[in-house]
Design a protein around this ligand. Structure first.
Ligand code: PHE
Length: 443
């Protein structure tokens, strides 16, 4: 006898779990440095425009596919349509492996940095010294891998607890904690003398910076940050009960994710400007520039570890959703137990993460298509697999599942869905064409 499928305990619980998946390193680590690289406000506007048209529409498609099929991404496409469609689910599983293996490496850095900040190593460091601390750490062949293992183990532990008692329970505790921490940091950052310059940079658009590269970066970032295009939201949707209002849940999830990215930008950029650092520092912005900012800031010894706790929490609730995609697949399709599935797939991802971590140090010279392994995994997933998955998910719902999708979205006419026709139009035409255009222009 099969046990009945698990489901989420409450409406708030699901939204926090979905938002927990969305809010992650993408919001706090990637978003501020991408905004810093692509002209601040110009990037913010492009990002918002894409997230609230294409992003939000694809997310709704995913919830619908998941809830209609009550299955993992591959099984869902097989059940709803068959043919070649399960390949879309397969791409999603591949993306989960690609993302979580390097994501967990960065998750490990956040754990290591909590300890570093608490032991005061960084107090009074200059950004140059802190740059050395960071590169020495990530280039070390052993230490980051130990933290990568610790982070993956935490992820596995939460997933083994299951949907309600693992993921939902932890997200309900961790996400509000994250929100409080970010507000505290915001208060600190905005009251720094000189913060105004950063606020201007972030909020006053320079439209000359809105080029193809910025569009491409904003689109990839929207997919990555909203956790869409690879089946995470199909998976979470498959545990939803029939009465949930899907359009409103989608709006909640997208808005929470976007607000946290916005707030992270408002914490980081003003602090960077206040101390005269370069907003264009790239991936190091969070791990080098920010500790230097904390070192120069009254109360920094308290705020620095707090910040990395925030980052670790955000990373964990996202990592959990990536692992859950694979675990749900193994449980649904292969009849593996949740525990075995979580340990087994987590172990494989851990192993793929090892060369990714080494590629930042001793294996720097090995490249795939001109990129190190770490950068290749990031590029492959955010710039190719997720947008490509998004095209097919939108096409599927728009052209092959539209009537049932509308019925599923409104729970058979029970919920109002005033923008249904706009949404359908986006799925049929705008999303596939715009994504394809941005993808091609980015190559
Ligand atoms: N959305 C997460 C972040 O912003 C990453 C993620 C991508 C999680 C895809 C699940 C699926 O960090």
């Amino acid at each position: 006898m099969l046990a009945p499928r698990e489901h989420w305990g409450s409406r708030v619980g699901v939204i926090l779990a979905a938002a927990g998946s969305a809010v992650g390193l993408g919001n706090i680590w990637k978003f501020p440095y991408l905004a810093g690289q692509h002209g601040g406000a110009a990037f913010l506007i492009t990002y918002l425009a894409l997230a609230f048209t294409i992003g939000i529409s694809v997310m709704l498609c995913e919830f619908i596919i998941g809830r209609a099929a009550r299955k993992d991404p591959i099984g869902a496409f097989a059940k709803l349509k068959g043919g070649l469609w399960p390949i879309v689910g397969f791409m999603g599983i591949a993306a989960a492996f690609a993302i979580l293996s390097y994501y967990s490496v960065v998750g490990g850095w956040t754990l290591a940095y909590i300890l570093k900040m608490m032991t005061g190593v960084l107090v009074n460091g200059t950004s140059q010294e802190l740059g050395k601390v960071f590169s020495n750490f990530i280039e070390n062949p052993v230490r980051p891998i130990i933290f990568h293992a610790a982070f993956m183990t935490l992820t596995i532990a939460v997933v083994i607890g299951g949907i309600g008692r693992g993921i939902e329970r932890w997200c309900k505790i961790l996400l509000p904690a994250l929100f409080v921490i970010i507000l505290i940091l915001l208060g600190r950052s905005l009251t720094l003398p000189g913060a105004m310059k950063g606020i201007e940079y972030f909020l006053q658009p320079d439209f000359s910076k809105m080029n193809a590269a910025a569009f491409n970066a904003a689109l990839s970032q929207a997919f990555f940050s909203l956790s869409i295009g690879m089946g995470a939201m199909i998976t979470y949707g498959s545990y939803l009960d029939r009465t949930m209002n899907l359009p409103t849940s989608t709006i909640w999830t997208t808005s929470l994710d976007t607000s946290i990215a916005f707030l992270a930008g408002l914490v980081i950029l003003p602090a960077v400007f206040a101390f005269g650092f370069d907003p264009n520092a790239g991936p190091g912005l969070t791990f080098i520039t920010l500790p230097a900012v904390f070192a120069n800031m009254p109360g920094g010894v308290v705020f620095a570890p707090l910040f990395f706790v925030l980052l670790a929490i955000a990373a964990l609730t996202s990592a959990v959703s990536l692992l859950e995609v694979v675990v749900t697949y193994l449980v649904d399709e292969k009849g593996v137990s949740r525990r075995t599935a979580a340990w087994g797939s987590g172990a494989v991802m851990f192993l793929i993460g090892i060369p990714a971590s080494l590629s930042l140090g001793v294996w720097k010279d090995y490249t795939i298509f001109g990129k190190g392994i770490f950068d290749f995994l990031d590029y492959l997933s955010s710039n190719l697999l997720l947008p490509l998955g998004g095209i097919f998910i939108a096409l599927f719902v728009g052209w092959f599942f539209s009537e049932k999708a509308l019925e599923e979205a409104t729970a058979g006419g029970k919920h109002r869905f005033p923008v249904a026709r706009i949404w359908m139009f986006i799925c049929k035409f705008i999303a596939p064409l715009a994504i394809a255009w941005i993808l091609i222009s980015g190559l």
